[in-house]
Ligand binder design. Structure first.
Ligand SMILES: *Cc1c(COP(=O)(O)O)cnc(C)c1O
Length: 388
């Protein structure tokens, strides 16, 4: 007899995964099987009707005129910049504490990424630093809606309007996040790049991404670029790329999308429970900003006194609790970007945050018992650490 592996049991307080995708998939398994089965039956794996259908739903969800499915979040950002004609000699401003892809999308075009600091409180791109970094060569600004909450849009919008430089959203972590006025991430800038990497709040079963925009011209250009510069087979208007959203991934995303708001709600409840459990400790949960309406809580990031963070992560690991650091090394301190010659100490908030942050297990299905286990182990780890 073949004994199937036992899935992580809900009532096991002894181990807490960082996220639990198989559990979510099990809950939707029959719907997913049906959606995938339909694609297998018709066989139109590239730009099949499921892609158009998801694009329509995603545009509606975000509140934009267009959504264009592409191969990944990285490609989404890259294709937006290409469609804007950004290239060698140009500068694009973004933040140092982001996933490397934000900077790489800029580098692919031949433009120079200009990295600026974040604020201390939310870890979001600092609008004042953005304004100081603007030069005659600046062609775009890419604020990152980090951890699931919008960047400081009121301030960024003013700067963008004053200097007539477009804002491109890196919305890879912000599915369903809103400003206090209700506008959704993805509809705030000239265009936005989303990632549907499996671990994102809306995740496919492989790499996937989308661009949202209200601009017809930009939408038409990225549609060309994602498909070798072609709208008619074997006729190529521009030299483009091969970066389509797979039909299968679109089918998966359309199946999951109706559950996204419920999952975001659950993530918010989980975070409230964590906050409550940690309120009498020196552990600070990164705060919700005053301009944020819905925080999508892609990640639950806590800040710990510098000397404690690594010790705490190790202690939690020994109690079976998985944590991750988002991100341990700011972009300007990565070997890949040493050529920017930004010295250590130049972006102090991004640098100090990288030594203090820790992302705790957070997924819609996490149990109360698992949250308590994490909070208890966290408090104990801190109590048993000698202060310096
Ligand atoms: C995930 C992510 C990306 C890249 O998306 P992929 O789909 O993995 O290419 C870009 N920026 C941020 C902030 C991300 O979190």
């Amino acid at each position: 007899m073949i004994v199937p592996p036992t899935p992580m049991s809900d009532d096991s307080p002894t181990s807490v995964p960082f996220q639990d995708l198989p559990q979510q998939i099990r809950s939707l398994r029959s719907e997913l099987d049906a959606a995938i089965g339909k694609v297998l039956d018709h066989g139109r794996f590239i730009l099949g009707e499921e892609v158009t259908c998801f694009e329509k739903k995603w545009a509606e969800y975000c509140g934009t005129k267009h959504a264009i499915g592409v191969g990944s979040g990285t490609d989404a950002l890259h294709l937006i910049l290409r469609a804007l004609g950004i290239g060698p000699g140009d500068e694009v401003i973004t933040v140092a504490n982001t996933f490397i892809a934000t900077a790489e999308a800029i580098s692919y075009t031949g433009a120079a990424p200009v990295l600026v600091d974040c604020d201390k409180t939310y870890g979001l791109i600092d609008p004042t630093a953005v304004e100081s970094a603007i030069t005659a060569r600046t062609r775009a600004i890419i604020p990152v809606h980090l951890y699931g909450q919008p960047a400081n849009w009121p301030a960024l919008q003013q700067i963008s309007a004053h200097h007539t430089i477009p804002l491109i959203e890196d919305a890879a972590q912000a599915h369903g996040a809103t400003l206090v006025d209700g506008r959704r991430c993805g509809s705030l800038g000239l265009a936005a790049g989303f990632s549907f990497y499996p671990g994102k709040n809306l995740g496919a079963f492989g790499d996937a991404g989308a661009i949202t925009t209200n601009c017809d011209t930009l939408a038409a250009k990225v549609r060309l670029l994602r498909n070798w510069g072609s709208t008619i087979k074997y006729h190529h208007d521009v030299a483009g790329y091969n970066s389509r959203l797979d039909t299968l991934q679109a089918a998966v995303l359309s199946t999951k999308l109706p559950h996204l708001d419920k999952w975001t709600g659950l993530r918010n409840q989980v975070v409230s429970k964590y906050r409550e459990a940690l309120k009498n400790t020196q552990i600070r949960v990164i705060a919700k900003a005053p301009w944020t309406g819905t925080h999508a809580y892609h990640l639950l990031v806590v800040q710990l006194p510098q000397n404690l963070r690594d010790h705490v992560a190790k202690t939690l690991a020994s109690s079976g609790i998985q944590t991750v650091i988002h991100y341990p090394i700011p972009i300007h301190r990565q070997p890949a970007y040493h050529h920017l010659q930004i010295p250590a100490g130049a972006l102090p908030n991004a640098e100090s945050l990288s030594t203090e942050i820790l992302s705790l297990p957070l997924f819609p299905e996490i149990t109360e018992q698992q949250i308590d286990h994490v909070a208890t182990c966290l408090s104990q780890a801190i109590a048993h650490t000698p202060r310096r």
